[in-house]
Design a protein around this ligand. Sequence first.
Ligand code: GDG
Length: 463
Amino acid sequence: MSRLVVVSNRLADPRKPAAGGLAVALGETLHRTGGLWFGWSGKIVETADGGTPGEGAVNEHRAGEVKLVTVDLCREDHDGYYLGYSNRVLWPVFHYRLDLAVFSPESLATYQRVNRMFARKLMDQLKDDDVVWVHDYHLIPLAAELRAMGSRHRIGFFLHIPLPPQQILAAIPGHEWFIRSLFSYDLIGFQSETDVIHFERYVLAEAGAEALPGGRYRAFKHTVVARAFPIGIDVDEFIELGRGKESTDNYNMLVEEYAKRRLLIGIDRLDYSKGLPHRLRAFKELLQKYPENRDSATLIQIASPSREDVDAYIDIRHELESLCGEINGDYGELDWMPVRYIHRTMARKRLPGLCRAGRVALITPLRDGMNLVAKEFVVAQDPADPGVLVLSRFAGAAEQLRDALLVNPYDIQGTADIIQRALRMPLEERVMRHQRLLATIRTYDVHWWRKEFLAALDSVDVD
Ligand code: GDG
């Protein structure tokens, strides 16, 4: 069996459950194949302390059978590669936000330089029959750089975020490098069928690619397979977490505190793609249009801090704070605040309890690759008395979770109406929808995702 080599921007110790879904999912195969996990160490070296552009110290650790290899970045490389190109260009553009993109030739050059450096350091580690799985938008050119250094490995790529339509991608100055990079992979995985359609239109129109049977595309003398592999969660792990003390304590506290209220929840990284201001406006509309919810409906919104050194994230934080203040000021009573906004990360062990206490979850991103919170919410519910999932039609998860109440988050009135429907949904309908959602989430869990992707990578005809 070939050794699995995973490459992602950040690593986690796959032995620790708190490491999160991806680590748990990949940990199993990494462990079984004596695998290697490669990425940035998270360490930034200042120039004054010897940080050199295009160079970084390599660190090696072991986590059981798994070898963890990380590379430090100098300040200049970090700023251009991570803050600059990854999070000021690729993240906004891939979430359809050309208005927020800050294009600069310097950050592109740094992004490419860091990917070249990663490829060089990774090449030193690779054995001939390794299978390489690259993750996410930080590392799109990695395969092209590896190929330029003579790599003939099977290399797969999974994009965790959406792929926008051709006309949006084509707005990235010099986007041709991007298409060429994609054709250095053997397999490209997307979250949804919509993303695959966008990929097809893009490569046919912009690269003159030829579409072949079996989801294969040929251009630049290379064939790549493109398919959707919707990512799932580790269902049993989340259920187990829900049985733990932290989660049950959290659940009991919330049930007692909100015994006479209707609890709605939102759990997100504080990111402009997650549609938080739109969600709050819809909640305000709910209170306005359906007065029965006053003195009752309470939205707990966890917005965990994220990328705070990127301007757009500071702006959205201010907008949210102001909206929460406005709603609480307009509708709050001495003994009831409609919105409880928490701008902190909640311990993972407590999350299932919060999810289970929610009668309704508002998962209303303007655009999202998948959205795992939607799946976690469903799994955390009491099957005999489950809460209702209100889900944006623009989350990748909407392609799978058809039994959620789907909304257009831009439609504030329409979303408020659907939230009202969710709050009033009879038990029988809630149970039926929940059963179907849970069955889908169980079938297409994170282990299914990993196995499907790796089996597909194993079976592609390599040129
Ligand atoms: C990217 C794509 C895609 C959230 N708040 C807290 C917390 N979380 C956890 C959730 C969930 C995870 O973080 C977030 O996952 P999402 O899928 O919702 O979103 P992104 O971080 O944007 O992830 C996304 C994903 O990659 C996987 O492919 O689905 O579309 O954007 O597990 O529970 N965890 C803790 N405290 C919090 O306050 N501990």
